[in-house]
Each structure stands twice: as structure tokens, then as C-alpha cells.
Design a protein around this ligand. Sequence first.
Ligand code: GUN
Length: 283
Amino acid sequence: MAAQLIDGNALARQVRAEVATQVQALKAQGVVPALAVLLVGDDPASQVYVKHKVADCEGVGMRSILERLPASLSQETLLARIRELNVDATVHGILVQLPLPAQIDASQVIATISPAKDVDCFHVASVGALMVGLPGFKPCTPHGCMRMLQSAGVDPRGKHAVVVGRSNIVGKPMAMLLLQASATVTVCHSATPDLAAMTRQADILVAAVGKRNMITADMVKPGAVVIDVGMNRDTAGKLCGDVDFEGVREVAGWITPVPGGVGPMTRAMLLVNTMQAAQASLH
Ligand code: GUN
């Protein structure tokens, strides 16, 4: 029997509706939740992402401030702008779209964003809080994946979760959230000798590598939940994930599609975080 689909579009719609209700409640208290999005240069993919983020804000009644900055911008000018936004009480979230031009040190930029407005959850203080279980933002993609598990009725407690990929944005924080949910977590990466032997043990398998067809049907335990974080293009130029969807869906119990899976959830969780920042600003 083919796997059940976890529909990221439908779930994201639900999350946005929840956020929209909260936005109305905050507006009634005189606060308009606002996200500042800084785009440096004209990377085509980044332009599309940023456009979506701004449209998402509008969709739930939030304010967005999109700042398009020239590719030649100096690091000091960018840091100065972030410092202004840090102390602007009408702005609750700050997102600097990555990648940044070569003359700008991304780690310096992230370190300059106030942790209270760090809706990406990239600042070391945010990551540290996540690690030790203190309250704070959760990174958008892993948070969205956890919400997808929840929607499928999958409780990670006592399950073996295998995360393939160890990036700071997805793999590492994903492992941390699964651990906090009491899964037994294995993190695999490019130096893992027998990847298939590991992935076949997974009750929950998260693929976050960035390589098409990385996960094939023979690597999946029957009935497993497969979350595909990949964003790749196939030979025809069509968007696809890290998972061989057609093959794996015959083995897995649950599977997320690409497109229409993790992507829309990542965007929805950015709204959740901006909302959280705006609510925190009341206290
Ligand atoms: N570039 C690609 N993904 C992201 C993201 O989630 N946040 C930011 N700031 N830049 C990105």
C-alpha cells in the first residue's frame, strides 16, 4: 500500500489561519506584527524567496518591510542598518536573506541581529537556547517538520529518528528538536560509511542533504515516516527533493512531497516566529 501524503500546503494554510487570528488579537491591543526582510544584491532565487515571505506577511495581516540593498553594499552599512532595526520598536522580526555577497561576513551579520528579533533562529544565542531547552525561537524548517509529524499523529518519543545532513540550518537543529521530543536520534552525513544500513533503522527519516535521489526505496524501513527537506532540480528542471518519491512512497507509511511539503511549512513557521516576537514585545 502506498504511503499517506503529509500535505505541506494544506497544513501551512492551517498554520497561517492560526497566525492570522493571533495577528487580529494583537492588532486589537495596538501592536501590528512586523517583519523586516533585507535582501542584498539580486540573486534570482533569493528574490523569489523574499517575494514569497513578503506576500505571506500580507496574507496574515502582518506588516513587512522589504529593503532591497545594492550588491556593492559595505558590511558596515549593513550592520548599521541592522542596529537601527534592532532598536525600532515597530519591527519585531529581522531576516537577512542568505547568501550574502562575498565582501560581507554572514556570521558577523547574524551576530548583529538582536536575538529577540532573530526569527530565523540563526544567532548563536538562539541556537544555544534551543540546545539547552530554554524558551526562544525554533528554526523555521525543523519546526515545520515537527509540525508535519504532529499532523500525521506521529509522536517521536521512543522512535528511532535518522537525520541525513548536518547543516546548521536544518540537520543539527532538526536532530535537537527530535531529541527534545524523546526520539533516539542518529545524524548521518557525507562521511557515514554505510548510509543505507543507518536509514533502514529509521522510524522517522529526515533527508536534508541537497542531492536528488539520495534516498531510495531500499534505504527505507517499511512503514517509516519520510520527511524530505531537499530542494533540487531534476534533469527536466523540475523541482524535486532528496527522496526518490515514486519508489519510496511504495515502502514508507508517510511521506512529504516536493513541492508542496516542507517548503510551504518553512514559510509558515517564519510567520509563527514573527508572531511570537511580536507577542513577546508586549511584556
Ligand atoms: N536563504 C535560504 N534559506 C534561508 C532562510 O531560511 N533564511 C535566510 N535568512 N536566508 C535563507
